[in-house]
Design a protein around this ligand. Structure first.
Ligand code: FAD
Length: 467
């Protein structure tokens, strides 16, 4: 029987990063993956393919809406070739998953394909094509991720009543796509199909989209998406989703309790994701779940069984690839006797619509709840030369800082390339920078990043120079 210092179950961003860091630290490491390709949700049916389709659809939208203004004339009609768009997306996925295979080889990590299940706390059975192999590992990391969840009354047929997984490989452009859930995934995929020509209606239970982010971001993003002709039904409680031939009928109650009936040809259900532990046989190892089906862990990401750890979407916290990666590194370094730390307050959140939305730290609502005395600095993207040059005028950067100490407590932004701009805020906040620290740093001109400096200047005695 093969013996390992560490066996990681699941090869998503949590699992494969944990495996690499364990190997770097000299541990004999195996990674177990039930699918043929490595990379988990993120690389196969999540972050990467969704961004590939967002990029392709963005190019198309630019071509039909903005090229003429830029002085680029295209003779003839610009058309979408959905088959090619999906094929390119799949190529991108393959390049990335092959990249993980390469990294596993480079780090001498044994890749074992098959369904991993606990035999006991130090043995894992790996089952593939009716054959079972058993390995022994001193330490085990559960990194089995999550799956799309649904509402109890919705029958997903994966044809027209679909999750994000199917939305990444549709064979036709929906005429009317009804998206249930105005969170990150629903809005990103909704925008893809809106750009490609679908009518898109978002139905959201809460009274705003991206409800966990700062309310100013919800408001700005919704304003922009409405301008792009996406429709929104907020404060609507979906109560039925029915399929009739090629039609999908969604029934919801609005906030007055009046029934609203929407008819489309596809319904994308994006109501969140559930931690995935099916088939793991956790009972055999005695590993406990919490009341929401997540693997219970302590601050060291250790389960109730001392040699078994869990990371990523399968435990509490934000379901984000970079959070899973940090946790993978943390567990590996703990196993090597180091003292790593994750600052969970500074995990950035991003929505890759265009304009992008990004945030780190506390929202204004949270600061109010906590009774913190804070000040706000804000700067509109439209006041930047860079934004005018590219005609990306929507959005703003908003910085929340402690009124007394000037320490930056939260940075919230909507606009072009905010997904990249947020890194500056994370760095600043990790070093507990004040708004004035950011305001006094030179930012290249012309860049979108100047909006961060200007918002910091605004937070520092309203000293913004360009608004
Ligand atoms: P996963 O990536 O889910 O990987 C778990 C792996 O474990 C899977 O490969 C699974 O097959 C395997 N596995 C499960 N059980 C077993 C078993 N018993 N034996 C063997 N293998 C098993 N996050 C971001 O940060 N940025 C984004 O832009 C972003 N976009 C997203 C877009 C979409 C459409 C979706 C669905 C998600 C997106 N996410 C994004 C979320 C991100 O994909 C997850 O947070 C991330 O993949 C979690 O990583 P993980 O390692 O915990 O689990």
């Amino acid at each position: 029987m093969n013996q390992y210092d560490v066996a990681v179950i699941g090869s998503g961003p949590g699992g494969y990063v944990a495996a690499i860091r364990c190997a770097q630290l000299g541990m004999k490491t195996a990674i177990i993956e039930k699918y043929d390709t490595l990379g988990g949700t993120c690389l196969n049916v999540g972050c990467i393919p969704s961004k590939a389709l967002l990029d392709s659809s963005h190019h198309y939208e630019d071509a039909i809406k903005h090229f003429a203004e830029h002085g680029i004339d295209i003779p003839g009609e610009v058309k979408v070739n959905l088959k090619q768009m999906i094929a390119r997306k799949q190529d991108v996925v393959e390049q990335n998953t092959k990249g993980i295979e390469f990294l596993m080889g480079k780090n001498k990590i044994d890749v074992l394909h098959g369904l991993g299940s606990f035999k006991d706390a130090t043995h894992i059975n790996i089952e593939k094509d009716g054959k079972t192999e058993t390995i022994e590992a001193k330490n085990i990391v559960i990194a089995t991720g999550s799956k799309p969840s649904t509402l109890p009354f919705i029958q997903l047929d994966k044809e027209r009543i679909i999750t994000s997984t199917e939305a990444l490989k549709l064979k036709e452009i929906p005429k009317h796509l009804i998206v249930i859930g105005g969170g990150v995934i629903g809005l990103e995929l909704g925008q893809v199909y809106k750009r490609l020509g679908s009518e898109v209606t978002v139905v959201e239970y809460m009274d705003r989209i991206i409800p966990t982010m700062d309310a100013a971001l919800s408001k700005e993003l919704m304003k922009v998406l409405k301008k792009q002709k996406m429709a929104f039904n907020l404060s609507h409680k979906v109560k039925a989703v029915e399929r009739k031939g090629k039609e999908v009928i969604v029934k919801a109650d609005d906030k007055k309790g009046q029934e609203v009936v929407l008819t489309g040809d596809y319904c994308l259900v994006c109501v969140g994701r559930r931690p995935y532990t099916d088939g793991l046989n956790l009972e055999a190892a005695g590993v406990k779940l919490d009341d929401r089906g997540r693997v219970e862990v302590n601050d060291h990401l250790q389960t109730n069984v001392s040699n078994i750890y869990a990371i990523g979407d399968v435990i509490k916290g934000a379901m984000l690839a970079h959070k899973a990666e940090e946790e993978g590194v943390l567990v590996a370094e703990l196993l090597a006797g180091q003292k790593p730390h994750i600052n969970y307050d500074l995990i950035p959140g991003v929505v890759y619509t265009w304009p992008e939305v990004a945030a780190v730290g506390k929202t204004e609502e949270r600061l109010k709840e906590e009774g913190v005395d804070y000040k706000v600095g804000q700067f509109p993207m439209r006041a930047l030369g860079r934004s005018r040059a590219s005609m990306d005028l929507d959005g703003f950067v908003k910085i929340l800082a402690d009124k007394k100490t000037d320490e930056v407590l939260g940075v919230h932004m909507v606009g072009a390339r905010c997904a990249d701009l947020i890194a500056e805020a994370v760095t600043a906040m990790e070093f507990r920078a004040s708004a004035e620290d950011i305001a006094r740093m030179s930012h290249a001109h012309p860049t979108y990043a100047e909006a961060v400096k200007e918002a910091a200047l605004d937070a520092t005695d309203k000293r913004s120079l360009h608004s």
